[in-house]
Structure formats: structure tokens, C-alpha cells
Design a protein around this ligand. Structure first.
Ligand SMILES: [Zn+2]
Length: 344
């Protein structure tokens, strides 16, 4: 298959170009489908989904997503870079191929292709996909940042009340919901950048300061990571609501929607790469300039791509062997207490 794209798309979206090249590879050890496409002139920009590992829908699964916000290219690039490593390793690494017999890996590296092409945080209709789910915060949210319905010309626009979710958001919700309902255990990692000086791993909720149901399991995962990789202490791991609360968070929505329809535990994580250290810029450029959200110098760019591979690899292993560390039903309460004491 040869994919033809206009020059504007080729030049403006090297991330899509890389995925197109993978699609052309006859022996690519991954299954690819297009979740949806958004229109750009007479072209369609695809939301590609790559799957590796077992086809068994009940197997434990890890989901990696990126590029929900068009200006945060580095999120997509971190996912693509990790995928490249895996695709290479699958051709020679028996231990990885063995692991993948019991594990399902799902990647949606670029959720908002038109936003990335146009260099906007929002999608083509001016909607912030991470404020677009039909879920309202329970308390007060920060003005604008928490999600707003005033205008699509202001950042953090949620879309019109009562409208269906945007194509891109709905595609992610549908995909993840289906996986979470069937799989024995699921972790998702959504890669963002642009908030704070430090790399952070956030978990639910965004819509309330209350703890989520799997807080004990989350605490066990944190402990496992800290013990296994003590030199990766630079991640701050905490509920999103400790930073700010928002309306319309996609992960809150999926988590809540599937709460009573799941076979196993689901931990939705967000990697928020602290980019404020990378470059200092005019605050007015926050919503369309790439400098605030992405490392621009080559050595720094490579460092960021490399920096998160350990976390992603760890998540794969933790999910594949979840039975060896996940709190058992009788221990759940104790873990929950510890978590609440630690974080709340
Ligand atoms: Zn983001």
C-alpha cells in the first residue's frame, strides 16, 4: 500500500509520515486500523491505532496515547520512539516475543492530527479534546483552564453543551472502553507536555478532589515503581486534582463509565512532561507556539525521547505480571487506607 499525502501534510506532520511508512512495511509485526479520520481539504487525516501482542481480548493490556493536544508534539514522538524500539526488538528479542504472547499493546500515537498540523492545542473545530467528555467537575475549577463554554476562540473550550463528543475524543472513548470491559487488567498512559517544571504522572480524578476507587492499586503500582527504579525518582506521581480540577476529562469519563462493567482493574495514567524548564517564552504564545511544549535543541529532544522509555517498559512488565503485585481482595482496604493517608 502506498499512502499519498499532500506536501502540506508531509511537511507539517512528520509524525504521520513515520506512521505511513510503517503501514507500507509488508512484514510490520503490528496490526493497524484507522479509528477515525478528520477532514483536511480533500484529504483525510487518520487516527491510526497499532496493536502488538496477543489478540486475546481478555489478556492484560497497556494503552499508549499521545498528541491529544496538537501543540504537544513531544507526546506523540515519545510514543513513536518507544514503538520503534519495540518493533525493532520484535525481530530479535525472544524474551519480548514471549512476553507478548500474554500481553496486548495498543498505541494511538496521534489523537489530534489536524491540531498538530495547524499547531493548535484544540482540534480543527476549536475544541480541547481533554475537556470534551460529558462530565462536569464537582467543585470550582480554575477560570478558563478548567474548561469553558464561552467561545472556541479561547483555549480550553469544551464544545457546546449537549453536542456529541468530537470525532477524535469519541474514537478514543470507544476504543478504550471496549478494551477495559474485557481485559483482565489495563493501564493507559496518555502523553502530554507543558505543565510544570517536573515530569509528573497523574491519575484520576480530574473532576473531583475525591479519591478514585482503585487508589489502593495505584499506591501499590507507585511503590513497585519506586522500589524497582529508585533512580527514576524525578517523576511526581499524584492525583491530577492536586494540580487542578477540570471539566470534561476523557480518562475520568472512561473510568467512570466502565466502573461497573469491567472484568479487571483499570488505572488511567497521564504523563505530563514538565516543559517549563525547556524554554521560557512569551505567555501569550502558550496556545500556538511549539516552544513551550517541546524541547527544541537536538540533544535535549533526544534526551526527552529516551527519558521515558524506562517508565513505558516498566508499565508493560507491571501489567504482564499484575498478579504478582496487585493487592488481593482482602488486602485492598489496607492499601486504600495507606494511599489516602499519603495523597489526601
Ligand atoms: Zn496536553
Amino acid at each position: 500500500m502506498t499512502l499519498i499525502r499532500s506536501d502540506r501534510v508531509l511537511k507539517g506532520l512528520p509524525e504521520l509520515y513515520q506512521m505511513d511508512r510503517w503501514l507500507e512495511q509488508v512484514d510490520l509485526p503490528a496490526r493497524v486500523h484507522t479509528l477515525a479520520a478528520v477532514e483536511f481539504g480533500d484529504e483525510g487525516l487518520p487516527l491510526y491505532c497499532f496493536e502488538m501482542g496477543t489478540r486475546d481480548p481478555t489478556a492484560p493490556a497497556v494503552i499508549f496515547t499521545g498528541g491529544v493536544h496538537g501543540v504537544e508534539r513531544i507526546g506523540t514522538q515519545v510514543v513513536l520512539s518507544f514503538m520503534n524500539t519495540l518493533l525493532q526488538r520484535m525481530s530479535w528479542d525472544d524474551s519480548l516475543n514471549q512476553q507478548l504472547q500474554q500481553l496486548r499493546l495498543v498505541f494511538v500515537p496521534l489523537v489530534n492530527p489536524l491540531g498538530m498540523l495547524k499547531r493548535t492545542r484544540s482540534n480543527g473545530s476549536g475544541v480541547d479534546l481533554m475537556r470534551n467528555a460529558p462530565i462536569d467537575a464537582t467543585g470550582k475549577v480554575p477560570f478558563l483552564l478548567g474548561g469553558q463554554r464561552f467561545s472556541k476562540h479561547l483555549p480550553w473550550y469544551r464544545g457546546r453543551k449537549g453536542d456529541a463528543m468530537e470525532t477524535e475524543a469519541a474514537a478514543v472513548v470507544e476504543l478504550v472502553t471496549e478494551i477495559v470491559q474485557e481485559a483482565a487488567f489495563v493501564i493507559s498512559l496518555d502523553c502530554h507536555s507543558g505543565f510544570g517544571h517536573q515530569d509528573q504522572v497523574w491519575f484520576p480524578y480530574a473532576y473531583t478532589a475525591d479519591p478514585f476507587d482503585d487508589i489502593g492499586e495505584m499506591f501499590a503500582l507507585r511503590l513497585l515503581f519506586r522500589r524497582t527504579h529508585p533512580t527514576f525518582s524525578f517523576y511526581r506521581i499524584e492525583p491530577q486534582s492536586r494540580n487542578y480540577t477540570t471539566h470534561g476529562d476523557l480518562w475520568d469519563y472512561i473510568y467512570r463509565q466502565t466502573l461497573h462493567q469491567r472484568r479487571g482493574t483499570y488505572l488511567p495514567l497521564t504523563l505530563e512532561m514538565g516543559s517549563w524548564l525547556w524554554v521560557k517564552k512569551n505567555p501569550m504564545q502558550m496556545f500556538n507556539a511549539l516552544g513551550v511544549f517541546n524541547p527544541l535543541l537536538p540533544h535535549r529532544h533526544e534526551r526527552v525521547l529516551r527519558r521515558h522509555q524506562c517508565l513505558m517498559e516498566f508499565l508493560m512488565r507491571a501489567v504482564a505480571s499484575f498478579k504478582n503485585w496487585l493487592p488481593r481482595p482482602l488486602e485492598r482496604r489496607e492499601w486504600m487506607h495507606q494511599a489516602i493517608e499519603y495523597w489526601y
